[in-house]
Design a binder for this molecule. Sequence first.
Ligand code: ITT
Length: 197
Amino acid sequence: SRIVLATHNPHKVSEFQAIVAETRPDLEVVGYDGPEPVEDGVTFAANALIKARAAAAHTGLPALADDSGICVDVLGGAPGVFSAYWAGHKKDARANLDLLLDQLSDVADPHRGAQFRSTIALVVPGGAEHVVEGVWPGRLARSASGSGGFGYDPIFVPDGQPAGSERSVGEWTAEEKNAQSHRSRAFAALTPLLASL
Ligand code: ITT
């Protein structure tokens, strides 16, 4: 069966395609190029639902949408839902992460905790709506490294790495990232809800 992925972010599309191929190879993920709704929610869940509902209504197919971001402990969870536009109205990943590093320049290592969060909404036309979340704990690096992934990956250092050889997600392969990421964790929570599709 087919499911539409309501995102205009090509990095999310390729991550989802890899994650779905691992767990539900029978599911055909199609892209969405219909109208982009205004994402004016104040939570990840609200924005994920706005995007999934719009795609389900426009295509008549079950729709998935991801709303995600980085949440920094000493900033009370910011950038959060503002992650894509942290440095201004243009989506500029480099400006966003440079600003975040600046904001934490005086914050010592033990206090640089942060999480990537992914909230996925599933909307079945005329049927159910579900929202799940995946969290990936870690901390912010002192400077950017690596060119893998997208967004804040070059400054996010996930927990659980051997001391002395910690790497930012920018230095991870796509396979390494997909094995652990917030997006994979959210998708794992969704798997039982996709069973009827
Ligand atoms: P769509 O709304 O079309 O899905 P978007 O990129 O605008 O695409 P969001 O509104 O959910 O999506 O913004 C998410 C932002 O959070 C994204 O632009 C990155 O800055 C950051 N982000 C989310 N997941 C990330 C990841 O896996 N690695 C690095 N940064 C991530």
